[in-house]
Design a protein around this ligand. Structure first.
Ligand code: ADP
Length: 252
């Protein structure tokens, strides 16, 4: 549609712009950090300029983190798409996150019994899942539980078989306007320095590059369900002349 066309034009322009700006900005920030470090070394420990310099350093580092995110967003690296063991991948992500997600957040997993391998880039999928979990946590500042569900393979109208991975929270939710704009690059309702607005656009990009999609459902005051649909490795769309992929867990 025309809307999609403008959206992709916009993404393209943003990609080119951010790539160039982020690169130069990264160099500038490296010089700023270096100078602050030298200044800190020359000052005595108790000098009252130290806290100000530490603040400046923290700000510059935050800027560097943001620009490196922008860079990897702009690069749109080629995905390495291969059969992924979804339950294993989700479990691993949860293990990695459980120490940093916060003490008042519970991550609950509920997987269908037999989940065939899906076509995805495992590292990018795990990044996407991390983005969704962080969003779910941010929506529940008082804490709560996040459900991670993997469904049985389902045949869609296009004749392809997909597996759905859901991240469900019981947080503040989104109104219709926010849902409509949520996957737009740089759209964020989080404060300055907190959100980049790139999380969901990355998740959507990852899903679509893998032949799947991202669906967001949300009710204000009740919570949000983000679903990533991924093609099973046996989908007819994927011409795979080699051997059949086994239906058991553990392929990756
Ligand atoms: P960021 O997290 O940096 O703001 P995202 O692209 O991940 O960027 O999200 C964009 C916006 O969508 C968020 O600022 C928030 O308003 C909304 N959003 C995303 N996930 C959720 C969620 N689970 N619950 C409520 N709002 C959400």
């Amino acid at each position: 549609s025309q809307e999609q066309f403008f959206q992709s034009q916009k993404m393209e322009a943003i990609g080119q712009l951010t790539g160039g700006v982020a690169h130069d900005f990264n160099n500038i920030l490296a010089a700023v950090c270096g100078s602050i470090e030298i200044a800190l070394r020359r000052l005595r420990k108790g000098d009252d300029a130290v806290p100000f310099l530490n603040n400046a350093m923290q700000g510059a580092r935050r800027g560097a983190t943001l620009t490196s995110r922008l860079l990897s967003f702009a690069r749109k690296q080629e995905l390495e798409i291969a059969p992924v063991d979804l339950p294993g991948s989700v479990r691993e992500t949860v293990e990695l996150l459980s120490s940093t997600i916060g003490p008042n957040i519970a991550l609950e997993m509920c997987f269908a019994r037999r989940v065939p391998p899906v076509m995805a880039d495992r590292a990018q999928f795990e990044l996407a899942l991390t983005n969704l979990i962080v969003n779910a946590r941010d929506a529940m500042p008082a804490g709560g539980s996040i459900q991670l569900e993997i469904g049985c393979p389902e045949m869609e109208d296009d004749g392809q078989q997909y597996v759905r991975v859901q991240v469900i929270d019981h947080g503040e939710g989104m109104d219709a306007d926010t849902i409509a704009r949520a996957t737009e690059p740089f759209f964020t309702t989080k404060g300055v320095g907190k959100g980049t607005g790139l999380g969901l656009s990355m998740v959507q990009g990852m899903a679509e590059q893998c032949g799947g999609r991202l669906v967001i459902e949300s009710t204000p005051g009740e919570g949000t369900t983000a679903s990533i649909w991924l093609l099973t490795a046996q989908s007819p769309a994927l011409a795979q002349p080699e051997e059949d992929t086994p239906e058991t867990e553990g392929a990756s």
